[in-house]
Write a protein of this length. Structure first.
Length: 278
């Protein structure tokens, strides 16, 4: 029995190592390609064959030269991501807290509506969403990108499931001690939600940082577009600027990498604790 368990452990380890290699391979390919001249990329495409004698950081020098809008796009994406993630976590946590801790009329029916919204592809609601943002005169602005994602059904569902595992006795004891409803949420519930905030912060941060379709539709000013849209604009029928594109794609990974490193110790705990409870 023990030998069988050892074999299973070895097989699982091999499997996860293979998954890790497959996951990291594109990143390694991107990093190696960023050291090659753009002419080589146009001729041979992305591959690991590189003449290390001619490898250089010329593409990164072009990136930092200030002769392009790369860091304007980078700043736009950072601002939008930070504001969007902050609002989404706070507002979705409030809604999830309400579903988990309060009893009110049609509570289950409203929660089912939240689940139904989760099943609707974003592309289906793009047109009415654009008409709504256009009617509010928020097109071509950062708030036009941010507002539709300030309350996220996925986050509401996750926070509700997470808070369902927290005893209501905490809330009742705080009420007995004279704490207000807002005080209970801010002083008691939010500190208990740190793991879930970390898990959903990484999830929502990646979604916001990589969001391409909605910012492309809402913003048409070259100085207001986000990084994914800006990188895509480097590819055109009139010429492909692979030098900045590949180096810029490598540099774009850094914020998400930092976000995960900072919150990784909470990530697994938050994801497992937020699972569906019976």
């Amino acid at each position: 029995m023990k030998r069988k368990n050892n074999v299973i452990s070895v097989l699982l380890m091999i499997f996860f190592i293979a998954v890790a290699v497959i996951t990291l391979l594109p990143l390694a390919l991107l990093a190696v390609s960023s050291l090659r001249p753009g002419s080589d990329l146009m001729r041979y495409g992305l591959n690991f064959s590189i003449d290390w004698a001619n490898a250089n950081l010329h593409e990164y020098q072009m990136l930092f030269s200030g002769q392009n809008n790369y860091f304007i796009w980078y700043r736009n994406s950072l601002v939008i991501t930070v504001v969007q993630v902050t609002l989404a976590l706070l507002l979705s946590a409030c809604v999830g807290y309400g579903f988990a801790m309060y009893d009110f009329k049609f509570k289950n029916a409203i929660f089912v509506c939240v689940l139904l919204v989760m099943m609707v592809p974003t592309e289906v609601i793009l047109l009415p969403l654009y008409r709504l943002i256009s009617g509010m005169k928020l097109t071509n602005s950062m708030w036009g990108v941010i507002l539709p994602y300030t309350v996220v059904p996925m986050l509401i569902f996750f926070f509700r499931q997470y808070l369902s595992g927290i005893s209501k006795e905490f809330v009742e004891a705080a009420r007995v001690d004279g704490c207000t409803e807002y005080g209970i949420f801010a002083r008691i519930i939010m500190p208990l939600m740190k793991p879930s905030f970390a898990a959903m912060g990484i999830y929502q941060g990646m979604s916001s940082w990589n969001n391409f379709l909605w910012p492309m539709i809402v913003i048409n000013d070259i100085n207001k577009i986000t990084l994914p849209v800006g990188l895509q604009s480097l590819l055109s029928p009139y010429g492909n600027n692979y030098d900045i594109l590949i180096a810029g794609s490598c540099f774009a990974i850094i914020p998400i990498l930092i976000l995960f490193i900072c919150f990784q110790r909470y990530f697994i705990e938050g994801m497992t604790a937020g699972g569906v409870k019976g």
